[in-house]
Design a protein around this ligand. Structure first.
Ligand SMILES: Cc1cc2nc3c(=O)[nH]c(=O)nc-3n(C[C@H](O)[C@H](O)[C@H](O)COP(=O)(O)OP(=O)(O)OC[C@H]3O[C@@H](n4cnc5c(N)ncnc54)[C@H](O)[C@@H]3O)c2cc1C
Length: 461
């Protein structure tokens, strides 16, 4: 029996495992809710909600081709064992970046069943070879959507098709109301609207909190959960780029494509960064109160709180805000980034372990550079008139512009009902700077950024 194991590839377009399995004969498309993926990781209820929305649409797409999507709840190995009991022999079709891949590979080997995996083979390929292989994969023709998907007449009883059963599956955290909705159609609409015009100010707006939410692609959650293939995004964007008449438009789309390929590179790297001993030494004892206030957007520092509240509400933030809130707690407050990393991952709808870990470690000095970002100065650059702050912090909605980034200076501060700052920002910033500078007497302040660049100090450690 040909079994397609869906995981983080919840679409039917450009889905090679599905097209190959359909070509081979009858197909059993299956999505397994594996508790080790949902309970022992940072994934939360908002991710599950997105996945269920995606599965709903996927199921309709498969039904439209005459097939059926089957669901199972349980660890993947016993699920596969039961499938093998039913069919005597099984061929497994999946993408090689499936989050269950390691377990599936091991099981298939132990049980001598065939596993066909698809996707770019980029692990342990470096330099020129990496770029060549990635480019040829991105330019390959997309996998055809099968015309028909034939379902076997016999299916085991433990598989189900009723989505209501998934509603009772409990995953930690809360759902969100204002986040992006999962599904292939939404992914395609999002890409289309980006290429139809939203991209025009991609570079200019990429750091700005509110404008970036419209002019960046907003494809990250769809890419993470595979509602759209990176190859599809690449090819459609490239097609648009070739057709652009204005040089300015080409520049925007080329920058977007470089971000997209950066993601593929990071996902294939599997780098382990060791935290430097010196960095570990300057970390504070864990302060649960600070951590909770940071997580809930109650630090009393407006740009940090607005960013964290927007993340909680929408599941998304742009790169600069992600870098800023990480740097603030890891480098300015000097708290252990490993604990806060998981909490943040639970909030990002686009949480992709390899990418998330890479940037958390990068921001927190694991790669030999530690960035300390001054949230007041950076806040002024990113949100000069406080529009973003006012949107997410109603307590500050009527505060005059001049105080919006430092409300504690406002004479009637205590009438605002907003938190007093968790720390004296300037002192904390200075303290962190001195501590990091002092590490092994090697930390040398790098150049201060030019005007217009993000206000931050980088230290080589
Ligand atoms: C601390 C931290 C954690 C992050 N965690 C994640 C994560 O879990 N998942 C994730 O997809 N991105 C992550 N990023 C990268 C980046 O912030 C998001 O990809 C981006 O904000 C998503 O918005 P967008 O889809 O509109 O991006 P666009 O700018 O429109 O980019 C298009 C696509 O390219 C990829 N991409 C964009 N920027 C980057 C980048 N700098 N590095 C690698 N890939 C990129 C994403 O898949 C994105 O959807 C993280 C950044 C930081 C600083």
């Amino acid at each position: 029996m040909n079994i397609v194991l869906f995981n983080n590839d919840l679409r039917i377009s450009d889905h090679q495992p599905l097209s190959e399995a359909a070509r081979a004969g009858e197909v059993l498309p299956v999505y397994v809710v594996d508790p080790s993926q949902w309970k022992d990781t940072p994934l939360s209820a908002r991710h599950f909600q997105f996945v269920v929305e995606s599965l709903n649409e996927l199921s309709k797409g498969i039904e439209g081709k005459g097939g059926k999507l089957f669901l199972a709840i349980g660890e993947i190995e016993p699920v596969l064992a039961k499938l093998l009991d039913t069919y005597d022999s099984i061929n497994l079709f999946t993408h090689n970046d499936s989050r269950l891949m390691d377990k599936v590979k091991k099981w298939a080997k132990q049980n001598q069943q065939l596993l066909f995996s698809y996707g770019p083979e980029l692990e342990n390929v470096h330099g020129k070879h990496f770029n060549n292989r990635l480019n040829s994969y991105l330019k390959e023709p997309m996998a055809e959507v099968p015309n028909r998907i034939d379902v076997p007449s016999k299916t085991p009883d433990f598989l189900f098709t009723d989505f209501k059963k998934l509603q009772n599956y409990r995953v930690k955290g809360t759902k969100i109301r204002f986040g992006q909705q999962g599904g292939e159609m939404k992914a395609i609409e999002t890409l289309d609207s980006f290429l139809e015009g939203r991209f025009a100010n991609y570079i200019e707006n990429q750091q700005k909190p509110l404008p970036s939410s419209l002019s960046s692609s907003r494809l990250s959650a769809y890419i993470t959960w595979g509602n759209i293939a990176v190859r599809t995004v690449y090819q459609k964007t490239d097609e648009k780029l070739q057709a652009c008449e204005l040089e300015e438009d080409k520049i925007q789309l080329a920058e977007f494509l470089s971000k997209l390929t950066a993601r593929v590179k990071i996902c294939s790297m599997k780098i382990q960064h060791q935290q430097l001993e010196e960095v570990r030494e300057i970390k504070r004892e864990w302060n649960e109160d600070w951590f909770q206030r940071w997580l809930q957007g109650r630090t009393g520092i407006p740009i940090i709180d607005a960013a964290m509240r927007s993340l909680d509400k929408t599941g998304w933030m742009n790169f600069s805000l992600r870098a800023m809130v990480t740097s603030f707690i890891a480098n300015t407050l000097l708290m252990d980034e490993q604990k806060l990393s998981a909490a943040m991952a639970g909030l990002y709808l686009d949480y992709e372990p390899a990418v998330h870990d890479f940037y958390i470690r990068q921001q927190a000095g694991m790669k030999g550079k530690m960035k300390i970002i001054d949230p007041v100065k950076v806040g002024r650059q990113l949100d000069p008139d406080g529009t973003f702050i006012r949107r997410y912090i109603p307590e500050l909605s009527k505060l005059p512009d001049e105080y919006i980034h430092e409300p504690w200076l406002y004479p009637a501060f205590y009438q605002l009902g907003y938190e007093a700052p968790i720390v004296d920002v300037k002192k904390a910033y200075k303290n962190a700077r001195l501590q990091i500078q002092a590490i092994g007497n090697k930390g040398k302040p790098a150049r201060k950024k030019e005007e217009g660049e993000t206000e931050q100090l980088s230290f080589d450690i």
